[in-house]
Ligand binder design. Structure first.
Ligand SMILES: Nc1ncnc2c1ncn2[C@@H]1O[C@H](COP(=O)(O)OP(=O)(O)OP(=O)(O)O)[C@@H](O)[C@H]1O
Ligand SMILES: [Mg+2]
Length: 342
């Protein structure tokens, strides 16, 4: 595979979006309960990993980019744990604002493992803030972002539908893009007000929702292309990178041939945990574009990095060494005439 891993050190990246606390309660099976027909687990340890925009940021930092996170958390234990964890992973958190009375979005996963066995997720409990964070605080964070942008090479927006990625943020991002800079948007819920950026990176389900078609419709190459091109036009972006889970990725937009560029998913089939793979993909795709890599090669890099993180338990990061090793066995681009199904 003729695709080298660029040196990402020295790139300065701002990530703005919804920050989530991924908490893992690691347990081992103990017995069947006599109180109810349920399994009893013995608690072993608890781990916290930054999720959402936090996971995007830690992926960027792990690849050597100087990364600052812009967003909000609650003034609660999840918010405090997140801040510590992000700092330990070299993510700048000086623009992550804690809001008293607001609840940090949290996904608590109870995972069980016996010694020398893969962990299994048993249960997930979501803690939701219920309302978006205070409008004025969000405006303050945006003002901090605006002030920081003159020293930034790349802006990455990560929407998880908790309210930070809104029209006002879209307006600021568009100004940055109009000034000749790079903005990559990983969408979740909405494209309205977030048009005119460099690239969007929906997964298939998000693309289907934006295009108003069932996701099952997009297993056909022609339908996937039609949906991607219509959403691309609506988004007014240069490229759309569609992440397709275990079917790899497809990229449409400037310079792409009919059918787009596609790449197959990587890996041995021993996928452990797909959580956060889309965050890794968006981070690597954006970094590669910022380094001047061609978009289709940026997709190959993103696909290789996503292939690395799905082999690990929990939302993981991909180091430059792991990315280099993954690329050695990365599939080449699929010729555009070939169906992305195959
Ligand atoms: N089961 C899998 N096997 C191999 N690769 C996978 C698998 N699932 C995901 N990937 C890789 O990760 C990329 C992103 O995954 P996906 O399309 O599921 O993103 P996502 O839904 O946005 O993920 P998330 O929101 O959890 O971060 C895929 O394009 C592919 O390269
Ligand atoms: Mg995603």
């Amino acid at each position: 595979m003729g695709c080298a891993v660029p040196d990402f050190t020295g790139l300065r990246v701002a990530v703005a979006g919804d920050v989530i606390c991924d908490r893992y309660m690691v347990c081992e099976p103990k017995s069947l309960s006599r109180e109810a027909p349920v399994m009893v687990l013995r608690h072993i340890e608890e781990r916290v990993r930054p999720g959402g925009a936090g996971n995007v940021a830690r992926n960027l930092a792990a690849l050597g980019a100087t990364t600052t996170l812009f967003g909000v958390v609650g003034r609660d234990s999840a918010g405090r744990d997140l801040r510590l964890e992000l700092e330990s992973e070299q993510v700048g958190v000086e623009n992550l604002v804690s809001i008293p009375g607001w609840t940090t979005p949290q996904k608590t996963r109870v995972v069980a493992a016996e010694p020398r066995r893969n962990v299994q997720q048993v249960l997930r409990i979501d803690t939701e803030p219920g309302v978006p964070a205070d409008k004025e605080v969000r405006a303050d964070v945006r003002a901090q972002l605006r002030a920081a942008l003159s020293n930034v090479d790349l802006l990455l927006l990560s929407d998880y539908d908790y309210g930070f990625v809104d029209r006002d943020l879209g307006k600021l991002a568009r100004e940055f893009k109009t000034a000749g800079r790079l903005v990559v948007f990983d969408p979740r819920q909405c494209l309205v007000g977030l048009e005119g950026l460099t690239a969007v990176t929906p997964n298939v389900e998000e693309l289907a929702a934006f295009a108003g078609v069932p996701a099952s419709h997009l297993t056909q190459a022609a339908n996937l292309e039609a949906a991607a091109l219509s959403v691309l036009e609506r988004a007014g972006a240069r490229w759309i990178l569609v992440t397709r889970g275990n079917n790899g990725m497809a990229l449409f937009g400037e310079g792409a041939p009919r059918g787009g560029w596609t790449v197959e998913a990587l890996g041995s089939g021993n996928v452990t945990d797909v959580t956060g793979a889309g965050d890794t993909a968006a981070a690597v795709f954006a970094l590669a574009l910022a380094r001047g890599v061609d978009p289709q090669q940026a997709m190959v890099l993103a696909n290789a990095a996503a292939g690395v993180v799905v082999m690990e338990s929990g939302a993981a990061v991909c180091s430059p060494e792991a990315l280099r090793a993954a690329l050695e066995c990365a599939p080449n681009l699929v010729p555009s005439s070939k169906s992305p199904q195959s």
